[in-house]
Design a protein around this ligand. Structure first.
Ligand code: PGA
Length: 263
């Protein structure tokens, strides 16, 4: 049994001070939960430097929400992998649906960023998901397979082993989102696992696939029970540390009572 990944992208919500307070709280919680969980947080760029020492001490992975693929150059407003590596971040979130929707990010650009991240030993957390029209047209699987293939193009098996996938149906994300049925999530995650195994014969079975989109106190256990759900990527329900704590503690006891200890 592998570690369960669980973490939160703060999107554009927390100031530096708010982020520090949250992380101090998470650090305390992390001391109380077992090693079955790999925690991570993904703050805004401004908070990465002050938060880094807090996460290192607590074995919480630190991620950034986006980056360019070039090391440096005339790209006003962008931040490079070299700059993020200097901070010592552990992971980079790539291709969140909000980046795709509002900033025209596409699979080809995400693929360049995946390669750039790996060159700096930063773990890419690649977000994929179908929108409501694609779901209605019953092309969810085709859409997701194409996203996976292009985002992970030209990776070696060794590189693919470092990647994390987050499946987040666009129609399930955010205030207007409708939480997905666990049966649908099971079907899609099984499909994603098969697709990854097809793309990477050696490591496709090991690449963690996280689920996200309106994950909350009422549904997270239903999702985490599923065979090919290897983690949870949470927005709103994890932005308040007390709320996140409830999820983490319940998940921790659930895992402790249901699985053999992690080796
Ligand atoms: P949500 O956000 O949990 O608030 O729906 C999920 C996400 O965007 O990753």
């Amino acid at each position: 049994m592998k570690k369960i990944w669980i973490g939160t992208n703060w999107k554009m919500t927390k100031t530096i001070e708010e982020g520090i307070q949250f992380t101090k709280g998470l650090r305390e919680i992390s001391e109380a939960v077992t090693s079955n969980l790999q925690l991570f947080i993904i703050p805004s760029h401004t908070s990465l430097v002050p938060i880094k020492p807090l996460t290192t001490a607590a074995n919480i992975y630190l991620g950034a929400q986006n980056m360019h693929w070039e090391d440096s150059g005339p790209y006003t407003g962008e931040i490079s992998p070299r700059m993020l590596a200097e901070i010592g971040i552990d992971m980079i979130e790539l291709g969140h649906s909000e980046r795709r929707q509002y900033f025209n990010e596409n699979d080809e650009a995400i693929n360049k960023k995946v390669h750039a991240a790996l060159n700096y030993s930063i773990k890419p957390l690649v977000c994929i998901g179908e929108n409501i029209d694609q779901k209605k047209q019953q092309i969810s699987k085709e859409t997701l397979a194409a996203q996976l293939k292009v985002c992970l193009q030209n990776l070696s098996e060794e590189q693919a082993k470092e990647v994390l996938i987050a499946y987040e149906p666009v129609w399930a994300i955010g205030e207007q989102g409708i939480p997905a049925d666990a049966s649908y999530v099971a079907e899609i995650h099984d499909f994603l696992r098969n697709t990854l195994e097809g793309l990477f014969a050696e490591v496709g079975s090991e690449i963690p696939i996280l689920f996200g989109g309106s994950v909350n106190h009422d549904n997270f256990l239903d999702y985490i029970e599923l065979e090919n759900v290897n983690g949870l990527f949470i927005g709103r329900a994890a932005w308040n540390i007390e709320s996140f704590q409830v999820i983490l503690q319940q998940l921790d006891s659930h895992l402790a009572s249901n699985v053999s200890p992690i080796l």
